[in-house]
Design a protein around this ligand. Sequence first.
Ligand code: ZN
Length: 343
Amino acid sequence: MKRKMKTPGQAAIAAVLAVCALGSSPAPASGGTHSPGAHAIDSPRAFASAGNPSPGAPKKQKNPYEVINAAAVRDPITVTPLRGGVYMLQGSGGNIGVLPGRGGAVMVDAGVAVSRRKMESALRKLGASRVRYLVNTHWHFDHTGGNRWVHEHGARIIATPNTLRDLSRSIRVVEWAHTFPPVAAAARPTVTVASQRTFTVDGRSVRLRPYGPGHTNGDLSAYVTRANVLFTGDTFWNNLYPFIDWETGGSINGMIRSANQNIAMAGTDTIVVPGHGPVGRRADLVRFRDMLVAIRDRVAGLKRRGLTMEQAVAARPTRPFDATWGQGLIGPDLFTRLVYRGV
Ligand SMILES: [Zn+2]
């Protein structure tokens, strides 16, 4: 397993800045680099390879469920120190947060199930084999697939009541061509958070705040107060069109509301960890919100004029944004359909 890790401090700051700089570019980074932040974009590059290679020639949307699992089998787990003993792990579906501590680690999301061995190795090297709390930002498999094994490492699982409900029932996600069965009892959250609540572990506070319906109807943010690191779950995808789970209460207008909540929570120094894509800052949240609003307005205009969903897709309303946002897991056509459903 390839893994590069640095101690927090200057190297961490350099890594984050490098990630931010690379993340702001619409072009995929070149391979083979050993610059400080290079490892942090490995996973987004995996996503980048899954979508449309050229905005001028959209290709068939691949099944995100299969793409994410295949990438997790192939990719190493990369570890990026953020600040104040907070780490980001990538390579197992959605981005994962880890706060190692004497009283047991806190994790934010658990990745996909197939990465268990690689994840356990990465946690061991961080001194985080014992996990006290696992926060689920929402129910999707690329954030909760590891729930069961993380629970075996001692974790109590925390989520919103809606996430608990959605993990406890069968859900068909049409766009992923997959039906998710209820997860095992041991993989379900046992602590639910319906309004803002702060957990303190080893003197470090993590503030959990539900968003209301956005990406799903159970989204939850996790903010590490002293380190000033905000985990947004899938309410924020950095330089990628987001998935919107309309089947469990998500919508474009909800995504925009959640994006505005993220902007309100972040200061200029806040390190923002998206659900997918490289680490960002407040300015990236603003760009993401503005993109969502612009595309929402364009698609809503087409729908008002009477265009069907497929006619709206053919009109390519996302075109000016595709070079930056449309090269990843969710291609322009799928994103247009997801927006169309909610306007
Ligand atoms: Zn998601």
